[in-house]
Design a protein around this ligand. Structure first.
Ligand code: ZN
Ligand code: ZN
Length: 414
């Protein structure tokens, strides 16, 4: 394949299908400085599609590390509100706002930095940005997340390769996982979305009240589902009724657990990138929705910090089903990037749930959503828990059992 053309196609796909940019609307791109060249391709594509204005916010992770090392801890909690306002001004202003996030973090950018410093800084940012986060989680704007290789990330995925070969290999894997390497990416995506749609419908028709997850690694938990929950997956509708694709790639069908009805033990099956550090070997025990015990083999203190973010941080807001036959899992590559790794395995998310996982939820406030059982928090952190032998049984409102996952894949009978 002609890679340069494929990268161009990827940029266009992100604009046309990812955020589905409408004529006369503004596009804001959040990108690492390392991927500026790609961001400019996206900007050009956006103007070709009739964007009113394109804005690029560059993020410099090496500077973020310097800042984290050198800034006094008392200053790290002083989050300036212009950072929220740069979104809100466009949100309120002329022409609607769509957002494209290019996520390409060095998974260990903050290795060795005091966990307390990371936590104070992240908490201040999350608290200040909550109004914007609530708007995006309720799909008030069209938003999408994609990834583009950087040297530091690519070297983590392919440590044995040279810098340029690692970047090349990561590009190949990304284009493959995002189906851009297919002859006709649009029709390949249509097939994928159709398949997610059919699982979604089947699950929604069952009127499930809980899911029982069991794996040989020790995961054994009953996840009660929120009242009036609905399964989502694939593309979503904005509050204006415009279809967009929040995650590229996406292989998951997900819904809202009940914040007070999760019981049992869950173990992670892949390392997780949290605040520029890897947390690995997580085991958590739930009682009535809350984590009452946790351990991690690597960076347990960061996990402790994460759970202490707020009351909802030690409860879950999402349970997502991803089969072991997902193309990303089949690639056998550990991406150290949640956007990809969460599409390789079933996962749960600690923290806030999505309003559109509740029937009519986009129109409810967070208090009302809580009454339905939807969790709220400053955080939303997806932890991969799927294993190749995971079984998932659904229990419906009449007490009937339905086998949904058998040995890590959709039960063929389902
Ligand atoms: Zn998910
Ligand atoms: Zn999630």
């Amino acid at each position: 394949m002609d890679k340069a053309n494929k990268i161009e196609e990827y940029a266009k796909f992100a604009v046309a299908v990812g955020v589905n940019l409408q004529k006369g609307c503004n596009l804001m791109i959040n990108t690492p400085i390392e991927t500026a060249e790609f961001a400019r391709k996206v900007a050009t594509a956006a103007y070709d599609f009739g964007a009113r204005e394109v804005v690029i916010n560059y993020k410099d992770e090496l500077f973020s590390r310097i800042k984290m090392e050198r800034t006094d801890i008392s200053v790290l909690s002083d989050f300036k509100l212009w950072q929220l306002e740069r979104y809100m001004e466009y949100y309120r202003g002329e022409g609607k706002l769509s957002i494209l996030n290019i996520y390409a973090e060095d998974p260990e950018i903050f290795k060795g930095i005091d966990a307390n410093k990371l936590s104070i800084s992240a908490k201040a940012a999350m608290k200040a940005m909550k109004p914007w986060r609530d708007l995006t989680m309720a799909n008030k704007v069209q938003w999408s997340i994609i990834s583009v290789p950087t040297v530091s990330w690519a070297k983590k995925v392919f440590p044995e390769k040279s810098e340029s070969n690692a970047v090349k290999s990561l590009w190949n894997e990304i284009l493959k996982a995002c189906r851009i390497d297919e002859k006709d990416p649009i029709s390949a995506w249509k097939d994928n979305l159709k398949s997610l749609q059919s699982y979604k419908e089947k699950l929604n028709n069952l009127k499930l009240v809980e899911l029982h997850l069991k794996s040989d690694n020790g995961t054994d938990a009953v996840i009660g589902l929120a009242d009036d929950h609905i399964f989502q997956g694939g593309s979503q509708l904005s509050s204006d009724g415009i279809e967009f694709l929040p995650n590229i790639p996406t292989e998951e069908v997900f819904t809202a657990p009940h914040l007070k009805k999760v019981n049992g033990i869950i173990k992670s099956s892949m390392p997780y990138v949290y605040h520029g550090n890897l947390i690995d070997g997580i085991e958590v025990e739930f009682e009535n929705g809350k984590v009452i015990r946790h351990t991690a083999k690597q960076n347990n203190e960061l996990l402790t910090e994460m759970f202490s973010s707020d009351e909802g941080a030690s409860r879950i807001g999402e349970i997502a089903l991803v089969p072991k036959t997902s193309p990303i899992r089949k690639s056998g590559i550990l991406f150290y990037n949640t956007l990809f790794d969460e599409n390789a395995a079933c996962h749960i998310a600690f923290g806030a749930g999505y309003p559109d996982n509740i029937s009519g939820g986009e129109k409810m406030d967070r208090e009302k959503l809580k009454d339905k059982g939807l969790n709220d928090s400053l955080i939303h952190e997806d932890i991969m828990i799927g294993t190749k032998d995971m079984n998932i049984t659904g229990i419906d409102n009449k007490g009937n059992k339905h086998s949904i996952f058998k040995d890590g894949d959709w039960d063929p009978e389902f």
